[in-house]
Design a protein around this ligand. Structure first.
Ligand SMILES: O=C(O)C1=N[C@H](C(=O)O)C[C@H](O)C1
Length: 294
C-alpha cells in the first residue's frame, strides 16, 4: 500500500437527539472525496471514538467503507489502546484498508515497549498498519532511532506524525525513511513544512473545510511549485490555527454546522462545544483564505 495525499479524519456528526447522524457523515465523506481527498480516516481522534459505543463505531466505519468504495480510495481505521493484547484483538477486527494504530497511551512503556507493541500488532494485523505518533496525547515521546525502527517493522507502511513543531529530529527522520514508507503529517499547522521535507501527505481535520486547498498544497509541494506552496501553506496554517484554538474537533464541528453541513455542532463530554469567539475567528480565517484566492 502506497499512501499519498490528504486524508480527512472525519468528525462524527450528532443529531439533535444525540444519536450519530449517519446521513450527514455520508455526505461529509462524499464531499471531501469529491474535492480531491486521497482517502478517509474513520475513528481518528477527530471522530471522538472514545465516546462512541461499539455499535456506533461499527456504523461509522460502515458508512465510511461504502463511500470509500464508491470513490475507490483507501479507508484507514483508527484503533489501538494501552494494552497490546487488546490492540491485537482490535486490529484483527478492523474493516478498512489499513489500521491506524496509536502508540500505546498513558502507560508510557518506553521505546523498547512501543517497538514490541507495534511488532506484535503489525504481525497480527490482516491489513497494513499506520503508526500514529502523537506524544502530547499519549505521553510517550520517541527518538528518531526508534521511529526509524518502527518504520522498518514488517507490515508497517506509514506513520501519522503529530509530534509538534518541525525540529532537527523531524529533518533527520524524513531524511532517513525506508523507500516507500509514508509519513503523513498530523499537526495541521505544520503540514506545509513537513510536505516540503518529503512527507507523503497529511491526515488533517482542517481539511474538512478547505479540502481542495489542502489537496492543492500537497500537489504544489509534490510538483515543486515552491512559491505557490509557501504562500498557500501560510494561509492554510492560519486557518488550522483558528480551527485548533480549542480542543479538536469542537471548532471544526462548529464551522461545519454553521455552513449547514452537519445537523448540530455537538461534541460529547468531556469535550465542550466551541465558544462563539472561536467559531467567529475560524470563519474569519476561512473568509480570508477565500479572499486571498481571488
Ligand atoms: O483524528 C485525527 O486523525 C486527527 N487528530 C489530530 C488531533 O486531534 O490531535 C488532528 C489532526 O488534524 C487529525
Amino acid at each position: 500500500m502506497q499512501l499519498s495525499g490528504i486524508f480527512v479524519p472525519l468528525v462524527t456528526p450528532f443529531a439533535a437527539d444525540g444519536s450519530v447522524a449517519l446521513d450527514a457523515l455520508a455526505a461529509l465523506a462524499g464531499r471531501v472525496l469529491e474535492e480531491g481527498a486521497a482517502g478517509l480516516v474513520a475513528l481518528g481522534t477527530t471522530g471522538e471514538p472514545a465516546t462512541l459505543s461499539g455499535a456506533e463505531r461499527a456504523a461509522v466505519v460502515d458508512v465510511c467503507r461504502v463511500v470509500c468504495a464508491r470513490y475507490g480510495v483507501p479507508l484507514l481505521v483508527g484503533t489501538g489502546g494501552s494494552s497490546t493484547a487488546g490492540t491485537v484483538e482490535a486490529v484483527r477486527a478492523v474493516r478498512g484498508d489499513a489500521a491506524m494504530v496509536v502508540v500505546p497511551p498513558y502507560t508510557r512503556p518506553g521505546a523498547a515497549g512501543v517497538l514490541a507493541h507495534v511488532r506484535a500488532v503489525a504481525a497480527a494485523s490482516p491489513v497494513p498498519v499506520v503508526v500514529y505518533h502523537v506524544p502530547y496525547r499519549t505521553g510517550q515521546p520517541l527518538d528518531v532511532a526508534t521511529l526509524l525502527r518502527l518504520a522498518a517493522v514488517p507490515n508497517v507502511v506509514g506513520m501519522k506524525l503529530s509530534d509538534g513543531a518541525v525540529s532537527g529530529d523531524t529533518v533527520a527522520l524524513l531524511g532517513a525513511l525506508p523507500p516507500g514508507f509514508a509519513v503523513l503529517g498530523g499537526d495541521d499547522t505544520v503540514v506545509g513544512p513537513l510536505l516540503a521535507l518529503g512527507a507523503a501527505g497529511g491526515i488533517l481535520a482542517s481539511a474538512h473545510v478547505a479540502t481542495g486547498r489542502f489537496v492543492a498544497l500537497h500537489e504544489a509541494w509534490r510538483d515543486g511549485e515552491v512559491r505557490r506552496a509557501r504562500r498557500l501553506g501560510a494561509r492554510l496554517a492560519a486557518v488550522s490555527a483558528a480551527l485548533f484554538a480549542e480542543p479538536n474537533p469542537a471548532v471544526v464541528k462548529a464551522v461545519l454546522h454553521a455552513e449547514g453541513r452537519i445537523p448540530t455542532p455537538h461534541v460529547r463530554l468531556p469535550l465542550l462545544p466551541a465558544s462563539a469567539a472561536a467559531l467567529a475567528a475560524a470563519r474569519d480565517a476561512l473568509a480570508g483564505l477565500a479572499a486571498g484566492a481571488r
